[in-house]
Design a protein around this ligand. Sequence first.
Ligand SMILES: Cc1cc2nc3c(=O)[nH]c(=O)nc-3n(C[C@H](O)[C@H](O)[C@H](O)COP(=O)(O)OP(=O)(O)OC[C@H]3O[C@@H](n4cnc5c(N)ncnc54)[C@H](O)[C@@H]3O)c2cc1C
Ligand SMILES: NC(=O)c1ccc[n+]([C@@H]2O[C@H](COP(=O)([O-])OP(=O)(O)OC[C@H]3O[C@@H](n4cnc5c(N)ncnc54)[C@H](O)[C@@H]3O)[C@@H](O)[C@H]2O)c1
Length: 478
Amino acid sequence: MSVRKVDIAIIGAGTAGMGAYREATKVTDNVVLIEGGEYGTTCARVGCMPSKLLIAAAEAAHFGGHTQPFGVTYQPPKIDGKAVMARVKSERDRFVGFVKEDVEGWNEANRIRAYAKFIDDHHLELSNGQIIEADRIVIATGSSTFVPPPFKAFGDRLIINDDVFDWDDLPKSVVVFGAGVIGLELGQALHRLGVRVSLFGRDYLVGPLSDDVVKFKARETFMDEFPFYPHGEVTRMEHVGDHVEIDFIEDGETKTDRFEYALIATGRRPNVDKLGLENTSIKLDERGVPHFVLATGQTSASHIFIAGDAGNNIPLLHEAADEGKIVGYNAARYPEIRAFTKSSPIAVMFSDPQIMMVGESYKALEERNANFAVGSVDFKGQGRSRVMLVNNGILRVYGEKGTGRFLGAEMVGPRAEHIAHLLAWAHQSELTVSEMLDRPFYHPVVEEGVRTALRDLNNALELGPVSPARCIDCGPGA
Ligand SMILES: Cc1cc2nc3c(=O)[nH]c(=O)nc-3n(C[C@H](O)[C@H](O)[C@H](O)COP(=O)(O)OP(=O)(O)OC[C@H]3O[C@@H](n4cnc5c(N)ncnc54)[C@H](O)[C@@H]3O)c2cc1C
Ligand SMILES: NC(=O)c1ccc[n+]([C@@H]2O[C@H](COP(=O)([O-])OP(=O)(O)OC[C@H]3O[C@@H](n4cnc5c(N)ncnc54)[C@H](O)[C@@H]3O)[C@@H](O)[C@H]2O)c1
């Protein structure tokens, strides 16, 4: 069998793999990009973009029903499930189209459609029978939904996020398992689009939050809106006809409910189990995922790099994109490699209210015994938020005692996607809380709530005066 020799083989043409390819081909054209599934990336096909499109439709449906306090009322919204899904899919296809255009514009000889598996440290066997001998290899295989075996009881009524974006119409009812980012984003959106939803979580977790105060607020808010059981006790799961049936405990009583589908969103796992990593010298952790150096993307087999969800570091789009560039750069120049500084952590969950986390989480600070203080703001009385009737949420900010350095934040509340950026940029600039307070704040804006939290934190750090109950110099309702 003929062996194709290349400088670099990249496994996976998702966000990380495409980034690696672009970077590597600046140095050598002897690169192959191997994709087993569809071109277009998880983010565009079944991830970030279609989920945000569904959420946008849900926001439109929700808005009209909640304007009465302004003295403005609409007719109850009429939700056309077919039209909702048609827009989700056509806009999604537009995004996917752009990605495909990019990848299909690259040198055809460099692109292979097949699944790859390691034979040894330098050889890959492809599902089309080809053998690739590569001087350097990049693993960028992404992650997939992991379905715990008990859920298999739901048979063909069990779905995952990918299936939702294949629907031509909205179903009548869905039971969602997992109150992580995917479960909450999709569960709330479906509920707002008129689908009867129950959401069962575990251990009282809400999305990625680790600060109990913020978590409590988020939990309370979502439980007020739809049936959300943050530590659901489900005692029976069954596939009955064209439905799923469950028994669960509520207030000490066993209840039975039926749904059209069971959406499993209980976590994702890196796609590394079918890669034949046992045939390589790469050191694996207890879950079979390669150990690697974050700053270089290098695994313990120094010519093999890993990037994106496959590495199980922070499974987010911008992280996959950054890591792809890093490994592409290093694989192209290996053995001359460079350590890169990663940008400050930032995560946003597109629920309503939104959730965000920046810098070090509360849990991480506790785990490393950081000497830190906390400041907070409750958005209930925050002027601009109240004006717009989005005054529901809490922001907690963390700062280092002694230096006054801003360490991180967790929030559920209005405009969190924007506040997250403001705070992540401050975190990356290593600003102190006092320096952040020296920055301008317009009036009246939601960001004035951030100033209230920072003032509270400065005071807790013993670096500033006690915050006045009403900040008169800031303008009314700041
Ligand atoms: C529903 C959902 C919503 C999301 N929303 C957001 C969001 O709003 N913001 C955000 O930042 N992130 C979001 N994410 C996460 C984000 O989509 C991922 O972090 C990102 O897409 C990971 O990119 P990647 O390149 O690592 O993997 P992918 O884009 O999944 O690429 C991996 C590729 O490798 C291929 N592959 C796998 N194994 C092999 C093999 N053996 N041989 C050849 N090819 C192989 C796969 O077919 C795939 O094309 C969301 C994810 C989901 C599921
Ligand atoms: N807005 C965004 O940026 C965005 C959106 C969607 C996904 N993502 C990315 O995708 C990743 C995966 O998301 P996810 O929601 O699948 O995973 P996740 O890890 O965020 O959440 C899974 C949740 O399911 C719970 N769970 C586990 N087993 C359970 C069971 N048997 N019953 C009920 N609950 C159970 C876990 O406790 C956890 O809360 C996220 O970590 C995130 O990085 C990001």
